[in-house]
Design a protein around this ligand. Structure first.
Ligand code: NAP
Ligand code: GDD
Length: 383
């Protein structure tokens, strides 16, 4: 018999990669999905199995981190060997708009899971992974950040996650539960939500290349992030739960990059050279040159003429609506404990991550472009 895992947040970026990874390892995976007015399962549709199939290895349950009765029932019914608590209102900027909900889901939600495991007498069977975050370091007290660096959260999201972190440690110590925190630094992928900065950029760069969009407006260009690939990071989650002893681990690449440089790298990936000029809210980026060979290779001959006409034009501007009331300016992690104890190391560097995201978004946007132009043709035909 393979192991049973329960993943909260299975419809999210990490949930989708982790579900696929665990199924390949022979697990039966149960996932908790919120009810929504649309399916919202695109990231896991390739794993979906009809409920009439026997011995399914992916089973979805409706649930919500704000509903303890429902969580307790699902945990009782599924009797998981491992719980990966990935569900969260995960957008830092949005947490300033929805602070109470964020505290409920991201803070108390963790308590609900731990307490359900305890009340169901599963403490010696069920191992728990809590999705903690580098946002805990906020106004950083040490560079680089490691497991012993003091926390200084800077958003309602990070404060809620701080509660999640400590309640996990407390249940481990109080009830001897196998409960661990992964303190993961930013990780991205083609499945990243469209409103996080990397995906916002790689989508926009693809659309600009195809002539679907003229320019892109951003918030703070100077903050720095330690970005890795989600495919590497979900492996660390798995490894953390395979250890004999529960513990907390920083997962990071050890490299940090500004948002500005991430944007430059993304344009470079398709042969577009941009230059940032001016400062603060007046900062902009202009298209300076087109490397025709790279552009043709990555994007296609058809779009070259139009992009060449944009040389000297504004591609990136700043819009203060994307600024945060309190910002996390610098994140860079030291994952040497994870390397030493888990044998974990990332395979992707930032260039490979950018390349993966841009090539995926170019494909997606081309499809959208094609469907749209096809749609217009049909409309014109009937007019
Ligand atoms: P994500 O793509 O935003 O996915 C979040 C998941 O949580 C989605 O499945 C979402 O469902 C679900 N969810 C939100 N609120 C819920 C609620 N009240 N009840 C049940 N499910 C709920 O996030 P991610 O990037 O995969 O991150 C996974 C976890 O790691 C999160 O806890 C995040 O805070 C944490 N984390 C992420 C990073 C990172 O860089 N990605 C770094 C450190 C920590 P819907 O699909 O219905 O919205
Ligand atoms: N989203 C967004 N949109 N961010 C922007 C923009 C923009 O237009 N312009 C600049 N930024 C800056 C933000 O101000 C922040 O400094 C940085 O880009 C990264 O923002 P996000 O990609 O939204 O991620 P985050 O670092 O705030 O939070 C992510 O990583 C955390 C781990 O450190 C999320 O995945 C969190 O859930 C996660 O805990």
């Amino acid at each position: 018999m393979g192991k049973v895992a329960l993943i909260t947040g299975i419809t999210g970026q990490d949930g989708a990669y982790l579900a696929e990874y665990l199924i390949k390892k022979g697990y039966t995976v149960h996932g908790i999905k919120r009810r929504s007015s649309m399916f919202n399962t695109e990231r896991i549709d390739h794993l979906y199995q009809d409920p009439h199939i026997e011995n399914r290895n992916l089973i979805l349950h409706y649930g919500d981190l704000t509903d303890s009765l429902n969580l307790t029932r699902i945990i009782g019914e599924t009797q998981p060997d491992e719980i990966y608590n990935l569900a969260a209102m995960s957008h830092v900027k949005v947490s300033f708009d929805t602070p109470e909900y964020t505290a409920n889901a991201d803070g108390l939600g963790v308590l609900r899971i731990l307490e359900a495991v305890r009340l169901l007498n599963l403490t010696s069977k069920t191992r728990i992974y809590q999705a903690s975050t580098s946002e805990l370091y906020g106004l950083v007290q040490e560079v680089p950040q490691k497991e012993t660096t003091p926390f200084y959260p800077r958003s309602p999201y990070a404060v809620a996650k701080l509660y999640g972190y400590w309640i996990t440690v407390n249940y481990r110590e109080a009830y001897k539960m196998h409960a661990s925190n992964g303190i993961l630094f930013n990780h991205e992928s083609p499945l990243r939500g469209e409103t996080f900065v990397t995906r916002k950029v790689t989508r926009a760069v693809s659309r600009i290349a195809l002539g679907m969009q003229d320019n892109l407006f951003m918030g703070n260009l100077s903050s720095k992030r330690d970005w890795g690939h989600a495919k590497d990071y979900i492996k660390a989650m798995y490894l953390i739960l395979q250890q004999d002893q529960p513990d907390d681990y920083v997962i990071a690449t050890g490299q940090t990059t500004t948002i500005r440089d991430f944007i430059t790298m993304s344009f470079e990936e398709i042969g577009l050279g941009i230059e940032f000029i001016n400062k603060g809210v007046d900062e902009t980026a202009i298209l300076r040159e087109v490397n025709e060979k790279t552009f043709k290779e990555k994007v296609g001959d058809n779009y070259l003429e139009e992009i060449t006409r944009k040389i000297g034009k504004l591609l990136v501007g700043v819009d203060p609506q994307y600024f945060r009331p309190t910002e996390v300016e610098l994140l860079i992690g030291d994952a040497s404990k994870a390397k030493r104890q888990l044998g974990w190391e990332p395979k992707y560097d930032l260039k490979a991550l950018v390349s993966d995201m841009i090539s995926s978004d170019l494909k997606l946007m081309k499809k959208e472009f094609f469907l749209k132009s096809g749609g217009y043709q049909v409309l014109n035909y009937f007019e």
